[in-house]
Write a protein that binds this ligand. Structure first.
Ligand code: ADP
Length: 249
């Protein structure tokens, strides 16, 4: 039996605990090229989530026996800072959850990358969650995919992601930590938006087939909005580069 939430998850006027409508994303800010020393990087703020992704590569892979003769190896590390969570600090050591999320994030990104162009190489993606408020695996995918693009790695498409959830019987878009903890279900979805290919689909809780259909469509609409923000963030970075080049001339 779940504990009851500290605040009502759905208010009498049909809003969510943070004032959003059921189909509303949290405010999202994306910035590309935030780290000087990485080959590519990006930051996402999504509600109270703050996450930085850094990409290194394609580069020589060590240890060499892990190299593949026909394609690059994508390696992802999702890490939550000890101070990123509510309440007690989390251990700085990788937890089972972080190991699992590193794997699902890698699998969500892999189909978008032309790995076959870089045999025997590694592409490393480091994700640091500085502040966590639910839906961090999806926010991490959004930032990591931008960081890959920023590193100049050839992509079939960007990958955008969002988690939908079930809260007091309502299907809602982009769940926050309270909705995740006290709701009845969580469904993270990632897609290559222009191709309409799903690269991550997880679900916990109990969903009817109709609810799954509705939730997937809601996720798709959210993903298309996030995809527009991703393209805008990339565009901004290159506008800045052009400005710098022009000033330099
Ligand atoms: P996601 O962040 O993708 O929703 P989870 O469902 O595993 O992944 O986690 C939900 C939320 O629970 C996280 O975003 C974070 O706010 C919180 N959380 C995760 N791990 C911890 C932890 N070790 N201590 C406190 N809160 C945590």
């Amino acid at each position: 039996m779940k504990k009851s939430p500290p605040v009502p998850l759905i208010t009498p006027d049909g809003k969510r605990c943070d004032g959003r409508a059921f189909d509303e994303l949290r405010p999202i800010e994306l910035e590309v090229g935030v780290l000087k020393n990485a080959d590519g990087s990006a930051m996402i703020r999504q509600g109270k989530n703050i996450i930085v992704a850094a990409v290194y590569g394609p580069r020589e892979l060590h240890p060499k026996h892990l190299a593949l003769p026909d394609r690059a190896v994508l390696r992802c590390r999702y890490h939550m800072a000890p101070f990123s969570v509510y309440g007690e600090r989390k251990s700085p050591a990788p937890t089972r959850r972080e190991i699992e999320l590193s794997k699902v994030i890698r699998e969500a990104l892999e189909p978008a990358i032309f790995l076959e162009l870089f045999p025997r190489c590694a592409i490393d993606v480091y994700i640091e969650v500085l502040q966590a408020d639910g839906g961090t695996r999806c926010a991490s995918i959004v930032a990591a995919s931008l960081a890959l693009a920023d590193a100049g790695i050839p992509l079939r498409d960007l990958v955008a992601a969002v988690a939908v959830g079930k809260v007091q019987g309502h299907i809602v878009l982009d769940i926050n930590h309270l909705e995740d903890e006290y709701g009845e279900g969580d469904m993270p979805v990632a897609m290559m938006p222009t191709r309409g290919v799903i690269t991550l689909f997880q679900a916990d809780g109990v969903w009817t087939p109709d609810e799954i259909k509705y939730a997937l469509e809601l996720a798709r609409k959210g993903i298309m909005k996030i995809y527009e923000l991703q393209k805008e963030a990339l565009r901004k970075k290159y506008e800045k580069v052009i400005e710098e080049v022009e000033v330099g001339v």
